[in-house]
Ligand binder design. Sequence first.
Ligand code: NAD
Length: 495
Amino acid sequence: MITSDAVQALKLDGRALINGKRQASKSGATFDCISPVDGRLLTQVARCEQADVDDAVAAARAAFEDKRWRGKAPAQRKRIMIAFADQLLQHADELALTETLDMGKPVKYARSVDVNSASNCLRWYGEAVDKIYDEIAPTASTGLALIQREPVGVVGVIVPWNYPMIMAAWKIAPALAAGNSVVLKPSEKSPLTALRLAELALEAGIPPGVFNVVPGFGPEAGSPLALHMDVDCIAFTGSTRVGKQIHVMAGQSNLKRAWTELGGKSPNIVFADCPNLDRAVEAAIGSIFFNQGESCNAPSRLFVEASIKDAFLEKALALVPGYAPANPLDPSTVMGAIVDKTQLNSVLRYIELGKSEGARLLAGGEQALIDTGGCYVQPTIFDGVKNEMAIAREEIFGPVLSVLSFTDAADVVRQANASVYGLQAAVWTRDINKAHGVARALRVGTVHVNQYDEDDITVPFGGYKQSGVGRDKSLHAFDKYTETKTTWIRIDSPV
Ligand code: NAD
């Protein structure tokens, strides 16, 4: 258990970070940062709005124009990015504890997953940036056409609360490595680690003004960033509802490049010839309940072939008690708190909706640990779900699994694709033809075969359809934060 001394020792600072300096919002307004662990007030956070965003964008623009960052050789930026990644590891316990207090995830995962992945992401893009070559086009010999990447300029980043450090890192790492300046607006539900990241970036040697953080609410701080005439690119992760507005705001303003990583309702398809039923059960349960179900790629629609459904569910139910919610500060806890009361009530509303739609509640379904003053819900499983029900169509973003059934590959592909989302999917079968055939037919950005949780910074992450536009991670992410410039040179060869 983390001691109350460790919590008391944390110096939480909710002020914005603009042009290398911590500062209150211009209006002086703040908002309460409440912990979902037990309802305690953690600190006051600067409530930034248009004037603060204007300052941050002006600082970012000045840094871009005077080349204090993009003018450095790629090898120099690499060294500083790696130092930044190291800073996260050096402050891992503090960052993990802050993340847990701020958004409720178990501290063991905040430390082992969130801090490590964010650090690795910064390191990976830093490592990459001095190994990428530009191109010369195969034109006629009378000309030389250079195709070069240039940083796009000032990048606005807006992120959600479920993996605050990782979501920020997936965007700021390639954006900064490519030489851009960044203004980051973290979620109002989890602003604290983003502010610390910007301080650690300064300590690592990223010059003031290059990486700014403006905490605040979506309409007050996010919209001014998305609408800003001097922001060249907006990179957003969040709900599909707000993601659509981001594209509108980009179009309404300066046609800034807009990239959106949005919601999901990912199908996990288990055929009767699944090669390892125990592994499939563990992945199905572990992946939907990981991070309290607050993962965009959570496999929230479980399709099990009718002939093995009873056996599958019996094994699944046996695992559920292991995911009982508990104090996230206890290092043995695997299921923590839901991010806040609003989200908790939304999850509970969906559970009631599932019952009223006629789905059969197999496990959970109730709020938990009410006496703590925190936000907890039991891991919940519904059987007998139909694809038309709201709990199969809408993203619940909580620990709620909908179990559906199917008769054959054609049936399940039809059902799986009958969704506005297209983020991820999984197929469990020992038949290689079926695995490839179904994987090809699924309209999603990532298909897992006989596993669900494999992941790596080297592979793109993003979705088809209303799961968003563009890809995070991998070298493809550089496409979002660079312009492609062609320079034609006439060659009148004397020989
Ligand atoms: P959200 O859309 O409510 O908020 C996301 C961010 O947008 C927050 O910082 C918020 O303040 C800001 N925002 C809200 N209204 C805004 C506005 N009008 N203008 C500008 N900014 C605004 O989403 P959330 O509840 O924070 O996060 C959960 C969602 O994020 C889920 O839908 C989840 O699937 C999605 N998500 C997607 C991915 C992915 O990679 N596809 C990853 C993580 C989360």
